[in-house]
Design a protein around this ligand. Sequence first.
Ligand SMILES: NC(=O)C1=CN([C@@H]2O[C@H](COP(=O)(O)OP(=O)(O)OC[C@H]3O[C@@H](n4cnc5c(N)ncnc54)[C@H](O)[C@@H]3O)[C@@H](O)[C@H]2O)[C@@H](O)CC1
Ligand SMILES: Nc1ncnc2c1ncn2[C@@H]1O[C@H](COP(=O)(O)OP(=O)(O)O)[C@@H](O)[C@H]1O
Ligand SMILES: [K+]
Length: 519
Amino acid sequence: MMTLPNLLNEQAAEILAYKAVSSEQVKKFEPQAAKNADCSMFELMTRAGEAGFEVLKTHWPKVTKIAVVTGNGNNAGDAYILARLALQSGMQVCVFCENIERELLADAGLAQREWVAAGGESKNFSCIDFSDFEIIVDGILGTGVEGEVKQSFQLLIEKINQTAMPRLSLDLPSGMHANTGIPMPICVHADITVSFIAPKLGLLTGIGKELCGRIELTDLAIGKAFYQLVNVDSQVVNWSLLNPIKSRPVNGNKGSFGKVLCIGGNQGMPGAIRLSAESALRAGTGLVKVYCHQSSGLHVASGRPEIMLQYQDLEAALNWCTCVVIGPGLGQDQWAVQKLDHVLRYLTTDPKSLVVDADALNLLADKKDKTNLYNIFSKLPACILTPHPGEAARLLKVQIKDIENNRYLASENISKMYGGTCVLKGAGTLIQTAETQNKNQCSWVCNGGNPGMATAGMGDLLTGIISAFLAQGMPEQQAAIYAVCAHAEAGDRVARQYGQRGMIASDLLTPLRAIINGL
Ligand SMILES: NC(=O)C1=CN([C@@H]2O[C@H](COP(=O)(O)OP(=O)(O)OC[C@H]3O[C@@H](n4cnc5c(N)ncnc54)[C@H](O)[C@@H]3O)[C@@H](O)[C@H]2O)[C@@H](O)CC1
Ligand SMILES: Nc1ncnc2c1ncn2[C@@H]1O[C@H](COP(=O)(O)OP(=O)(O)O)[C@@H](O)[C@H]1O
Ligand SMILES: [K+]
């Protein structure tokens, strides 16, 4: 397996905030990291409270009335520190807790006593009334949550979510599973989450990304020591963190930049494959040909004479290309099955780079012999599967909720079962590559993109971009990462200029071109 070249630019490689880890790693290595950085655990908690207070003042500078809601563990400790600092700066603060008589243990107990000594007022949850306050600070549960949140806390969280007040969560929204982002079964819906030491996996993808709101990360000044001890579980990435794409050789010709064959566009479905072909061109492919149903040809090529067309002799088309895309608008009828089987047969003896999307994924899901597919795909120079959660569920024969309940695991399972790189689309798209020599580089999570991109054809565009990068010589993992990031960046640029609503896939083509040229 080829080792991944250094994709991250120099500046990004240093940014610890982009190295996501599991909560188990945080728990395991936090004490040692603190020790190595000459910081006591109470000092660490103090820094967490201070960091939370700084974020509060920065984002809500006019707020002076603060409700701090606490649980019984160290997350509560952070909250007590924040409460005391706010009180001492002249704000009106009340801490709400489960039982005001209960003395918390260890460092959290010390933070609680400092709060009381500073003259802080505490009340039981049962008398909670948020009407006197302007903001809620959530210090109920952090990484210590185990199993389903207990009933009384669920009711409290529901109450917090029902208010129209802004919510600041400490470390993670209370009730969220730190590794998957899943509410257990309910969690605070934060406006801002100030996350400590390292970003936890679940905050970055799927529902977790929504429930955290904006994430502010602080390493509490022990980040360097911490990352000397841990293995990064997933690298956060976006276009601004990647090294620019190499410029084209001056003497290049269209043959130097690859020949992409896009197979799809069954009867009545010309749009998807057209979008893939067009984005393959805009992302720099030398030559792009669409192999589609004859009835779709006119629509596929209309207004875009640069796209070549072919309706027959798939064998010749496969011989011609350097990279194959299959799936957009392929359908699932006999025509579609024949085309996919032809491609699979062809690649068994003549391996070429492959991108599989949409209906081709659905057809693969139906195939019983996964070992055969694995054997074909893992021997290709590159193989990238690009499911959205629905397609991912079919590929793994599970429900969509099972995919969303643990997107990291789902993408890993697809990659393992089918033998290629899995791009699991959606908020916080994951790129799970097959195992490399450096295991840390297997999982990537894109923090670009926006919900405006949840619209027809957006995925077809991504497929085309991936194929373009493969055709221009990028290795599998790099092509997947660069394409996901370029696609997300294009969506973000369109959203910045015109807003998210009403965005359509073709809007991304012009910015995409600028992006990959470093503009
Ligand atoms: N000194 C430290 O160890 C530091 C800890 N930090 C904070 O501490 C947090 C982790 O602290 P802890 O490990 O004490 O855990 P938490 O404070 O997140 O949660 C543990 C508490 O929640 C209760 N609990 C667990 N599962 C529950 C459930 N399902 N329903 C209701 N209650 C439940 C436990 O009985 C315990 O009281 C981090 O998220 C972070 O906020 C930071 O302050 C950095 C320093
Ligand atoms: N909420 C979101 N945030 C970021 N990106 C999103 C969001 N929703 C969708 N996208 C992106 O838009 C694309 C949609 O792809 P897909 O569902 O396959 O659409 P289609 O099949 O219509 O082409 C994916 O790249 C996905 O990651
Ligand atoms: K919390």
